[in-house]
Design a protein around this ligand. Sequence first.
Ligand SMILES: [Zn+2]
Length: 351
Amino acid sequence: MQRFETDTDYLLEVTRQLIACDSPVGYYNRIHALLKMLLADIGYEMQVDNKATAYVVVPGASSEKTVGVNAHLDTIGLVVRGFNDDGTLRVRQLGGINYHSIEGETCHVICRDGSSVNGQIICNHHSIHVFEDAKTMERTEDTMAVSLIADVKSPADARKLGVSEGAVAAIDPHFIAYDNGYIISRFLDDKACVAAQLHTMKWLAQTGTQPAYDTLFAFPIYEEIGHGGAYLPTVVDEYVSLDITLIGPDYASEEHSVGVIVSDIRSPYDWNLSNRLIRCAEKVLEPGRWNQQVAFHFSTDANASYFAGNNLKSGAFGPATLSTHGRERTHMDALVGTENLCHAYVLGYGD
Ligand SMILES: [Zn+2]
């Protein structure tokens, strides 16, 4: 068993900073500024393509192939599609929103000019004291709205604050790191994995170690709606997503463990690349602290890249997370394990 030392303060602090930075699907201005700074801190220059995927390419000991590792910057959120007569905002989901998990939650509505207005996500029949069906009304895009936290009584009032169709709502994450290692927050998917990826990059830079092969570290911004991985440079031969993995009846996992996803709702992952990831897990993670997963309503940017017709192998792994797309829960052990697996993969331990 080989363990790589982890700077857990860095891992936790970077996770916290990334989660505090609003980045609902497709809104990259703020998170790119933060990522650029985090990369500069560890000695890298960020590049961005037209699709707003951020990259860093690190030359490897061998140029025989190029491997890609990615963790997505975007989170689920809401987009404003119109106004109700009372000035509340009609919305559509950006990614797989479970409306039950966001009822009553505060949010920031990010306007087209980049300014923000505070809001609250409410059900149209919001109170048991007022509405007979407050408990039973189905929570959907048509029964939920964003109520701006301001004296707004009409669509015109909302527009005066800068809100228009296409504004996006970023939901408050409520990050809590407990002393015993548990972390509860929205958007651990996928910012905990972005932090793990940055930690591996930091280690490479600080120790002057080259990855086994030329390695492209990617940070897409459209994963939650399924096409973050649709484009990537053609030089990439294999593409591995760091993303949250699942806890539930089909999974031998809990919040301390790392899942290697071998198949998901769209496709199996590449057989041999997945086997290499499994070999890496056997080398750096204790038995019982990792598992193989056939993911249910779930996919990743690595498999998105398959579906867009890219000629590559795909793979995926990441920290087991409870209550995904809600107030998610994992443990530092799973983040450290994810970092160690990323570390082992880029060093070619699965070869
Ligand atoms: Zn994700």
